[in-house]
Unconditional design. Structure first.
Length: 230
């Protein structure tokens, strides 16, 4: 591991930090935040393969030809964390982590890990309540807490029910109820196509979620992946 560390550049570490935070990395996903808009895809691919050769990234290829990278136990050790083997991404979890990562890159935002969120805001969390996929964003000079929900192409009314359930769970915490009442909590639904976005919008408009702003965002890469998977 010491030899691997000595050969890591600042950019290498940036790539590894990204993949740890978002659980996934692809050539397209990592180019802008870690290499810059002008970087060639071949150059990005070479760097990722080198890190895979160091066993700091795991390269995964699906039968359909889709390739992505995930952290290994050695990746965590580079940053002084306890080495651990991450759970493999499945057909259910891969679209979610990909959509969140692409959204954060597009909006220049950063996902809070569960550990970060629980440490920063213990009053907004309890066991059994998911604390991943939160972001902090500034709107009109004030920080807002944003929760991302990922639609995988299901029935639009189910997403509306899911939004309702997410809000109800959080209202049971007094601190979260106060956050909601102050208009500083919002939910964004990530979906893969504009057609699906419109369907979800129509369902959401049929119901009032009080001071919680509920919006939608199209992650085209999510739609591409879901089509590829089929």
């Amino acid at each position: 591991m010491g030899k691997r560390k000595r050969h890591l550049t600042k950019r290498d570490r940036k790539v590894l930090e990204f993949v740890i935070r978002y659980r996934v990395g692809t050539v397209d996903l990592l180019r802008r935040p870690c290499f810059g808009e002008d970087a060639g895809l071949e150059n990005v691919s070479r760097v990722l393969q080198r890190l895979a050769n160091y066993k700091l990234l795991l390269r995964v290829s699906s039968k359909s030809g889709f390739t992505y990278y995930t952290p290994t136990r050695h990746t965590f050790a580079v940053f002084g964390q306890e080495p651990r083997t991450p759970r493999p991404l499945t057909e259910q979890t891969l679209p979610v982590v990909m959509a969140v990562a692409f959204y954060c890159v597009a909006k220049d935002l950063r996902r809070l890990t569960s550990a970060e969120f629980q440490e920063l805001y213990p009053e907004l969390w309890r066991p059994g309540m998911r604390s991943s996929n939160y972001l902090l964003m500034e709107v009109d000079g004030k920080l807002r807490l944003e929760l991302l929900l990922v639609d995988r192409g299901g029935a639009p009314h189910r997403m509306r029910s899911r939004v309702r359930r997410m809000i109800a769970q959080r209202k049971s915490l007094p601190a979260f109820q106060s956050l909601i009442n102050s208009g500083r909590f919002r939910i964004t639904v990530l979906t893969g196509t504009r057609e699906q976005q419109q369907k979800i919008r129509n369902r959401i408009r049929q119901e009032s979620f009080g001071p919680v702003t509920v919006s939608t965002f199209v992650v085209t890469e999510l739609g591409d992946y879901l089509t590829l998977r089929k």
